[in-house]
Write a protein that binds this ligand. Sequence first.
Ligand code: HEC
Length: 118
Amino acid sequence: MRSEQNKRVARYLAGLLVLLTLNSMAGAAQAAGDAKAGRKKAQMCSACHGIDGIAKIPIAPNIAGSPAMYLEKQLKAFRSEERKEENMNVVAKPLSDADIADLAAWYSGITVDVTLPN
Ligand code: HEC
């Protein structure tokens, strides 16, 4: 009986540890970028994604409020052309890792309000 309980506690603690690790990884990814600097750099993105991260042309996605980790991963993939799209490959090419972290901090920091369709 007692060992069953110990196993349950151990499983709970292992789960907690995974959550805490993921959480601190997300925190570290966000802390890396400077949102204020990102806002300035986002001028070069605004024709297509808006300074607010809401798409201004039909072929561009909304990026407001996307996780910083996801945005960074996509920008790096566009830069290396591992992810191919003509506009983004050109735009991402000259970006440094710091530029990417700043841009990710800006766009991920935007709060998105969602209304579901009826
Ligand atoms: C000329 C228009 C244009 C400009 C300027 C532009 N983008 Fe894009 N962006 C696009 C298009 C089009 C896509 C969709 C790519 C695809 O279809 O795979 C895209 C996709 C993205 C994605 C992937 C989103 C997702 O959900 O996977 C990110 C992130 C992104 N852009 C960030 C930026 C940032 C940051 C800048 C400024 C440094 C920027 N873009 C400038 C047109 C543009």
